[in-house]
Design a protein around this ligand. Sequence first.
Ligand SMILES: [Zn+2]
Length: 227
Amino acid sequence: MSDFYLRVPFSDNDAVRKLGARWNPVAKAWCVPEGVDPVLFAEWLAPPPDINVRSSRYLLASSEHRCHRCHKMSAVHGFMLPIGHEALNVGDTEEEDEWEYGEDPTLLSHIEYLSPTVATRIATLTPFYKLAFTADQNECYYSNFCDYCHARFNDHQLFAEPGEGFVAFCLEDAKRVQLLDVSESFAAQCNGLSIGIALFEDMTYPAQQSPMRDGGKSPSRRAMAPD
Ligand SMILES: [Zn+2]
């Protein structure tokens, strides 16, 4: 997990190779391996993140997805924030930026930055959720990779296509998604917020409040306590 990924224009490929960067064919990106000083690569490191979502706790969501390449069912992972999280509403000037109270549980996608504690936690869960460039190299965000053939899955498919990954329009879909309640603070920069996931509401009670909404109707979907 300690690999640093770089944004390298094609003309700089030789330069970063000579400094010790390694091409990662899975992530399709140059990265700085452990033991090599990332400071050498300052000009190619991604710019510091602007955090735009935060929460006092979060839910690690797991689901499954059929791989487009090897056709096996692979585990996939993502993050959900409970009621009471905050999202930055960007104003015309920095003074007009406002943190807004999240009144609905929210699924995050196209995550460009995760705070280190969150990034470490997901890395202990799976090696197949990691920062990666998109095919056109213009964007870099956390992506799921196939457990079997390491194909990269597109966030759009996992978070926007009915019947796939984390998209649940019926109870049958929602059963596919497991949530792990993590009582740690969360901060990220992300470009995709899916709001109003009614099926998950009974699992995403606000911070400081006990889970009272289940009513015993869906015990298999209850959030588990973190270990
Ligand atoms: Zn596969």
